[in-house]
Design a protein around this ligand. Structure first.
Ligand code: AGP
Length: 610
């Protein structure tokens, strides 16, 4: 949560920082601020609300001479989203400025000690405590690098930080522990940021900083140090292959819509290099050296958790691997028993989700092998897992996850095929059918998306006034029902719940009334008749119903329902088209209600706090 950026070089720093913050705004957008060095002083400008309000303030200021600065876009953790709590924060004597992504857990004890020494605080943030802790070390005579490191050694929690001092006006210091931070290396300019798009127009050469590292950048130099020893460290530079186009809207009104429409390509990219259509084979080179687990524990959060729920039956029925799926924030606090031969499979788009990362570390402490299914190369989860299967979805900017889920479902399905084949237990015909279906899925999806969007628009117009919604499914449609409800909740702020359709009669059906929508996921599968009975139970109680289904189930059988018919795909592949329909329904519902689709209230893309 929160995006930070730092720059030192030859171009005007403030416009660059604003541009970078705009590409980090998905990480938090309740307030923002910049610090820039000009005429030997550090100037700070902050604003409550969206970045545009900070730009309005800066419009009347002369900032063009500053070539070093840093910025922050906030998702509030300590203190309300006010200007006073916005970053950068100054030390109480004004000499240092700090921007921070994360949480300092022991800030209160340090605050009390600093107050005792005469330091004053004007915000409710943990960040203001940390900047004063650094100032206190500096006041004790430590050089700035040492003072920064000493203060960080006293801080517990998660942080990615950038620090400036008027003593070194063309230098930015930055450090990380359990929150993402990258160094961008340019020609006569250097960058630090929470994510690559912040500086991608200016350099594709990136150094991934690790926990416990500090970096010092000047326009012409950069050096990474260990926080513990201050020893200089050798770091490898990575060249980023994707370009800014991938991180821009490309003519779509919202990132979410663009990312929904990217799904056919994302599925094809995830298969590339893994599926040999001619030989009807799947290979996952990243797993070639790993033992096949005898039991699988999938751990993830949010949409990634739904991917795990969706894939679990495939690992069981195709690969014969008993599989359980857990929410990472629960797994991490319940001392899970892990058996010999078991593997933990963590799924994360960002690779930075704090709870998922903690679950990974717990598994590793227990000597349990960890496999990551991850999108972001260089992320903490990608680096700390024993093996990583990259989903290759490209940058996902919209806070609401869409294409990441399709790519996770593809990667997990391929893993189930791969392990099933390697173990010799894959049911006859499944490889053939699955690969045949997968090869036509991107084209199928691409052709269907425009019509699905129109249908979603019509349904959103008719049902967006509903006071609540159920999303109901059975079997592999159940996790997608959870996802449909999550999307509607986060984008439209309508209370929506995902349920196993068979659970309705055990309580939830009491909520049914004429303005409470039930959205059934009832594909043409073995469970259709059961879902149909549940649907009729809702209709019998005057509840409006939308049913997402396939052509074979249309007609008399569902006469009274509002049917949304999708072209039929093979077995589990139906889930991909249903997912698109659900995503578009939530998108159009939010649009109908005038909500901010890409930046829903109270949320941030990357959840690096607990
Ligand atoms: C869903 O739209 C959200 N973006 C959220 O539930 C997300 O899936 C969750 O925070 C997990 O993120 P991760 O995949 O990056 O770990």
């Amino acid at each position: 949560m929160c995006g930070i950026i730092g720059y030192t070089g030859h171009r005007p720093a403030v416009p660059f920082i604003i541009e970078g913050l705009r590409r980090l705004e998905y990480r938090g957008y309740d307030s923002s601020g910049v610090c820039y060095a000009q005429s030997g002083r550090l100037n700070v400008v902050r604003a409550e609300g969206k970045l545009a309000l900070l730009e309005d303030k800066l419009a009347n200021m002369e900032v063009s001479l500053a070539t070093t600065g840093m910025g922050h876009t906030r998702w509030a953790t300590h203190g309300a989203p006010t200007e006073n709590n916005a970053h950068p924060h100054r030390s109480s004597r004004g000499e240092l400025c700090l921007v921070h992504n994360g949480i300092i857990e022991n800030y209160q004890e340090h605050k009390n000690a600093l107050i005792g020494k005469g330091y004053c605080f004007s915000s409710d943030t943990d960040t203001e405590v940390l900047v004063n802790l650094i100032a206190d070390e500096r006041a004790a005579g430590m050089p700035l690098l040492q003072a920064f490191a000493n203060a960080l050694k006293k801080a517990q929690g998660a942080f990615a930080l950038a620090l400036m001092s008027p003593e070194e006006p063309d230098v930015v210091y930055a450090a990380r522990h359990s929150a993402p931070l990258l160094l961008g290396i340019g020609q006569g300019e250097n960058f630090v940021a929470s994510d690559i798009p912040a500086f991608l127009p200016y350099t594709r050469d990136v150094v991934f900083l690790e926990d416990g590292e500090i970096v010092r950048i000047t326009p012409g130099t950069w050096q990474v140090f260990s926080i513990e020893s201050l020893e200089p460290l050798d770091k490898r530079t990575h060249h980023i292959e994707w370009d800014l186009q991938a991180a821009q809207k490309g003519g779509f009104k919202h990132f979410m819509l663009k990312e929904i429409f990217e799904q056919p390509r994302v599925i094809a990219d995830c298969m590339a290099g893994r599926v040999d259509m001619a030989r009807r084979e799947v290979s996952i080179p990243e797993l070639a050296d790993a033992n096949i687990p005898s039991r699988l524990r999938i751990v993830a959060c949010g949409t990634s958790f739904h991917a795990g729920l969706w894939a679990a039956p495939l690992f069981e029925t195709w690969a014969g691997i008993p599989t359980t799926v857990e929410i990472a924030s629960e797994f991490r606090y319940r001392s899970p028993l892990l058996e010999a031969g078991e593997a933990v499979l963590v799924i994360s788009q960002s690779g930075e989700t704090a709870d998922t990362l903690a679950a990974l570390r717990i598994a590793r402490e227990k000597d349990c092998p960890v496999i990551g299914v991850c999108n972001v190369v260089g992320s903490s989860i990608a680096r700390e897992a024993d093996a990583v299967v990259f989903t290759q979805a490209g940058p996902e900017i919209s806070v609401a996850s869409t294409k990441a889920l399709s790519s996770q479902m593809t990667a997990l399905l391929l893993m189930a095929l791969y392990w099933g084949h390697r173990r010799g237990v894959l049911p006859a015909g499944v490889m053939q059918e699955a690969l045949h279906g997968l090869s036509s899925l991107p084209g199928h999806m691409e052709n269907s998306l425009p019509a699905l969007r129109e249908q979603a628009k019509g349904l959103a117009r008719r049902y967006s006034a509903c006071k609540g919604m159920f999303f109901l499914g059975r079997g592999q449609s159940f996790p997608l029902a959870l996802e449909g409800a999550l999307k509607v909740k986060e984008l439209s702020y309508i209370h929506a719940e995902g349920y196993a359709a068979g659970e309705m009669k055990h309580g939830p059906i009491a909520l049914i009334e004429p303005d409470f929508l039930s959205f059934f996921l009832a594909p043409h599968d073995a469970l259709f008749a059961k879902s149909k009975s549940n649907l009729e139970e809702v209709q019998a109680r005057s509840g409006p119903v939308i049913v997402l289904t396939n052509p074979h189930t249309e007609g008399k059988e569902l006469r009274a329902a509002e049917t949304w018919t999708l072209p039929e795909a093979w077995g589990p592949l139906n889930g991909f088209l249903m997912l698109c329909a659900l995503q578009l329904f939530s998108y159009e519902t939010a649009t109908c209600l005038g909500k901010d689709v890409d930046q829903p209230r109270n949320l941030a893309k990357s959840v690096t706090v607990e």
